[in-house]
Design a protein around this ligand. Structure first.
Ligand SMILES: [Zn+2]
Length: 338
């Protein structure tokens, strides 16, 4: 048995751990930080906290807040130009998966160190060496060991402003990461151990977290982090492959995954009780079948996604994919209570 694990040099977890950001940045030997974030974050207290901790350590900073949801690759080029113009020598990504994916890619392309601080519990991107962008309108994953962050700071306090819909969909995305990497053809004993514990934590806490329970929210952050460590080292499978055509049509990543996950698990022969639970959880996420969506085209797009399909435990044909999308359509139009 042979395998490799790629993980950040340091992972810091816990309530209040954001306080360490200045000290960690300083220890990387830099003086000018670029904080990559989204426009919505400009009004949040976390950003002020982070800039305060940087100033305490005599570090200057600039802020790039033009990250788009489900970002196109051009967003990376825009941020690279901004980082160069301001002579930044460290990147801090503060936000959800889109922000973190951009910050990782920009830092990797410029050969700079990077610290990731997620504000959602779901993507796990703060510990993986993968970033996903739209290239000519289609989602594409970039996998490169240089994308792995130097430091990941996972502070569950930062997820307390997540609205219930985002808590639900991001939580289902994290569940998908844990389930898919466990059954991936590239899985290994370490990945399976971490993924199984992550799955239990996420499954037990997702509904309570949606209701705003603090302890459950902390457990969702931990479960998402663990699932990220696991799937980053064995990849995801059919559910993530099925989610890409939906995201290509404007559905956010976590909602796309929430929509397709029960169908993917059913196809792979997972426990029917789990499939039913996930169908129930999916009702927390509002998404309808759009009249413009063509199941044939969507199936064709998935067939091109060789990376995910090669990881899937069962072989998948075009006819299988078409049938899955047709069933999903019927479920959403007639049976789903969404
Ligand atoms: Zn995902």
């Amino acid at each position: 048995m042979n395998f490799e694990l790629i993980l950040p040099q340091k992972v810091i977890f816990g309530e209040g751990s954001i306080k360490k950001v200045g000290e960690e940045a300083k220890s990387l030997g830099i003086d000018r930080v670029l904080i990559v974030t989204s426009r919505g974050m400009l009004k949040r207290e976390f950003l002020t906290q982070i800039t305060g901790y940087l100033l305490e350590h005599q570090l200057s900073f600039d802020i790039f807040s033009r990250v788009k949801p489900e970002p196109p690759i051009e967003n990376v080029y825009d941020c690279i130009a901004f980082a160069k113009d301001n002579s930044c020598n460290l990147l801090i990504g503060l936000g959800g998966g889109s922000v973190i994916d951009i910050a990782k890619k920009v830092a990797a392309d410029l050969g700079l160190p990077k610290i990731m601080v997620p504000t959602t519990a779901g993507t796990g991107s703060e510990v993986t060496h993968e970033s996903v962008f739209k290239v000519e309108g289609k989602k594409r994953a970039f996998v490169d060991k240089n994308l792995v962050p130097n430091v990941a700071i996972v502070d569950p306090d930062l997820t307390k402003t997540m609205p219930p819909l985002l808590t639900a969909s991001s939580g289902i995305d994290a569940l998908a990461h844990a389930l898919e990497c466990y059954e991936s053809r590239k899985s290994n004993p370490l990945v399976k151990t971490i993924a199984l514990d992550a799955f239990k934590l996420l499954k037990e806490n997702i509904e309570k977290a949606v209701q705003g329970n603090r302890r459950a929210r902390i457990n969702m952050s931990l479960g998402s982090l663990m699932a990220g460590m696991a799937f980053g080292n064995s990849g995801t499978t059919l559910a993530h492959a099925l989610s890409y055509p939906l995201s290509n049509r404007g559905v956010p990543h976590s909602q796309s995954v929430a929509l397709v996950l029960p169908f993917a698990l059913e196809f792979n022969g997972s426990d029917p009780r789990l499939v039913e639970k996930l169908k129930g959880l999916r009702k927390l996420v509002h998404c309808d079948w759009n009249a413009d969506w063509d199941a044939n085209k969507m199936a064709e797009e998935v067939m091109c996604d060789e990376r995910h399909l090669a990881n899937n435990p069962s072989n998948v044909t075009y006819r299988d994919l078409l049938e899955i999308f047709e069933r999903m359509k019927r479920w959403l139009l007639h049976e789903g209570d969404l």
